[in-house]
Design a protein around this ligand. Structure first.
Ligand code: DC
Length: 441
């Protein structure tokens, strides 16, 4: 069997030569190693780049593909030398959105939503930031009338003179996106344009996508914030941002790197080489660290504790808060967290402070764990919950606190359905009040 040293060198050489993301299966075949051994080698290489401050590289994983890319903080310097070419860390959803735009340009955001069946605004915004998509002109329809085209950079990256040269195989690295044949897309888009023109059918969904509404839900762990936030977002047809997931993702990275989540110097160094990204859709949030989807790995008790520790560090808060504000600037959102109404978005349209007694919250968490088949003990869960409450409420920076203008909601003994109805009424009331306030010159 090939030694680890040789296998690592070969792996690095293959990734370097491939340039594009390469399927792990294919890589394992080329290297003549098992999938399991390849995973171990990839882990080793990834750690090497993370630890090695002299290296300008990192290893990115997207779905089942891997690629070498440059460290995030070097991006600006590199762009001085090279055109930002064909960034390979696009998610599957981003490729789908690109495909819809490229095949149907010009399209509006609503039209993309119609084709994909999910709100893709945050993805479109990211593609615009990356220079792959441009907005030129607007359509005379209500809602989101901006007309989107793919950019010159997109054409250069995909080796095309114009989108007319586009063949399915050129762009569609992912099979799913190929499911949108031209004609079908066009029919769907025409139907949507007709629907949009019918302004008589404005429901809550249109209302809140035209008029930006930001709803902040703060409160301690286990109060039911995320369940309520998710449900409220769905009822208003806007997106939900779980800010706790961001701190959890960073806590997980620290644990995986063997760092102490409360060590400011170590964490600061880690953050300098961390790419944190969230993909929002009505189906739920996916959270990515350094291009890796960690959504399913961040709900363990160890990560909860790491998130609580890491979130007390100011470097970490700035890192996350900047991203949260940028997301809320572009679109309507429901956000849940600890400091959304007090610090992140003090001008949020509606603020809730949601809580329940520690015993009720611990019981919910305990039952949740049992349901997932995790062994646990109620007393331990209660103790851990109280410890985390203490941590989160007594830290110097952004402690869990009710904003003066937040609506207090005690969820003890109440059903989700009942709470959501109450919150929806309050949102409507508040939005109408806000609309009635005359604007000052
Ligand atoms: O809501 P949660 O349990 O997923 O949050 C995980 C940790 O992150 C929690 O202990 C406190 C911290 N957090 C924070 O400090 N600020 C936020 N806006 C969200 C979470």
């Amino acid at each position: 069997m090939m030694s680890d040293v040789k296998a690592l060198a070969l792996l690095e050489a293959f990734l370097f030569a491939a340039g594009d993301p390469i399927e792990k299966d294919k890589l394992a075949d080329l290297m003549e190693v098992s999938a399991q051994r390849l995973d171990l080698l990839l882990d080793q290489l990834k750690r090497r780049y993370q630890i090695d401050v002299w290296s300008g590289l990192r290893l990115s994983e997207i779905n089942d593909k891997v690629a070498l890319s440059t460290k995030v903080e070097l991006g600006e310097s590199l762009s001085l030398l090279f055109d930002p070419r064909n960034r390979q860390d696009l998610s599957q959803a981003s490729y789908e959105v690109l495909a819809v735009i490229a095949y149907s340009e010009p399209v509006t955001r609503s039209e993309i939503e119609m084709v994909r069946g999910v709100n893709s605004d945050s993805i479109v915004t990211r593609l615009i930031e990356r220079g792959l998509v441009e907005q030129r002109g607007t359509l005379d329809v209500p809602g989101r009338p901006g007309l989107l085209y793919v950019s010159e950079q997109f054409l250069a990256d995909f080796g095309l003179k114009s989108t007319k040269d586009l063949e399915a195989v050129d762009l569609l690295m992912y099979d799913e996106a190929a499911e949108y044949p031209d004609e079908e897309t066009e029919i769907k888009l025409n139907e949507l344009a007709a629907e949009n023109a019918d302004s008589g059918r404005q429901d809550a969904k249109d209302r809140y996508s035209n008029e930006t509404v930001v709803i902040a839900i703060d409160g301690p762990s286990g109060a039911g914030k995320s369940t309520l936030a998710r449900e409220l977002a769905s009822r208003l047809s806007i997106l939900f941002l779980d800010t706790g997931a961001m701190y959890r993702a960073l806590g997980l990275k620290a644990l995986r790197m063997g760092l102490k989540p409360s060590d400011e110097a170590e964490i600061q160094q880690m953050l300098a080489d961390t790419d944190l990204d969230v993909e929002l859709s009505p189906d739920g949030q996916r959270t990515f660290v350094d291009g890796i989807d960690v959504t399913d790995d961040i709900r363990t008790p160890a990560v909860s504790q790491a998130a609580s520790d890491i979130s007390a560090l100011s470097v970490c808060r700035h890192f996350c808060v900047d991203r949260q504000r940028a997301l809320a600037e572009r679109q309507s959102l429901v956000l849940d967290g600890r400091d959304i109404g007090t610090y992140v978005l003090p001008d949020a349209s509606v603020k809730f402070f949601v809580t329940a007694s520690p015993e009720v919250r611990a019981k919910r968490r305990y039952e949740e764990m049992l349901q997932k088949g995790e062994s646990s003990n109620y007393d331990d869960v209660l103790l851990e919950m109280k410890q985390r409450d203490f941590n989160d409420s007594n830290r110097a920076l952004a402690p869990t606190k009710q904003a003066d203008d937040a609506i207090f909601i005690d969820t003890s003994g109440r059903s989700v359905a009942d709470l959501v109805e109450e919150m929806l009424d309050l949102v409507n009331k508040k939005m109408n009040e806000n609309a009635d306030v005359p604007e000052r010159d």
